[in-house]
Write a protein that binds this ligand. Structure first.
Ligand code: TMP
Length: 208
């Protein structure tokens, strides 16, 4: 279980939304205040996670949405056990680039896997570790994919337009259902403006 002083922040969004940049900027800003913080990511963050990341993002084998859900959650379970839970118990601020909501948006709303199955598998892996704040960087599909054009496309970026539209709609639906946990930001704005909006919210939640 999380300690009272801990803070767990996740970043979510579709392809090319800029969440990894914003997660890094926030991490730097918090550590500058000498507040213990940790930045990690999904899929990845552990040795097992890195292998799963490679498999789900770059392999050419067929992976069914249910199997994909299990793989992302295997990576998640290891990350929670090895990294996230111990850090939160110490009172460290944990920032995670993607978490359970990505599985709901991508495998549930994108691939159409039954949402109750996604919810069950997600909660088995998460073991009650729920974010205090989730930042959604919302960007139109065409702008996000355009931003990613220069790097080698992975299995997700090459999915159909409808898949990506489903993912975006899925994130927005999740945010609407839990407005207290989510901070939705128009990610077409410039980096500094976005970082400022995130800081306004996070600074109020920081210990001390
Ligand atoms: P990223 O490193 O660009 O965030 O790539 C991770 C990819 O994996 C991204 O396309 C989203 C996808 N993904 C899922 O489909 N489900 C998940 O549960 C997670 C964590 C990521």
């Amino acid at each position: 279980m999380k300690s009272k002083m801990s803070l767990f922040i996740t970043f979510e969004g579709g392809e090319g939304c800029g969440k990894s940049t914003q997660a890094r900027l926030l991490y730097r800003r918090i550590t500058k205040l000498a507040i213990p913080a940790l930045l990690t990511y999904e899929p990845g963050g552990t040795d097992l996670g890195k292998r799963i990341k490679h498999l789900v993002k770059y392999s050419r084998i067929t992976i069914d949405p249910l199997a994909e859900t299990m793989l992302f959650n295997a990576s998640r379970a290891q990350l929670i056990e090895d990294i996230i839970k111990p850090a939160l118990e110490k009172g460290t601020v944990v920032i995670c680039d993607r978490y359970t909501d990505s599985t709901t948006a991508y495998q549930g709303h994108g691939h159409g896997l039954d949402l109750s199955i996604v919810k069950t598998v997600n909660s088995m892996a998460a073991q009650g570790v729920v974010p205090d704040l989730t930042v959604l960087l919302d960007v139109p599909v065409e702008i996000g994919l355009e931003r990613k054009k220069k790097i080698k496309p992975d299995r997700f970026q090459t999915q159909s337009w409808d898949f990506h539209k489903g993912v975006r709609a899925g994130f927005l639906k999740l945010a609407k259902a839990e407005p207290k946990r989510w901070l939705v930001i128009d990610a077409t704005q410039n980096q500094e403006t976005i970082a400022g909006i995130i800081w306004q919210r996070v600074s109020k939640l920081l210990p001390g």
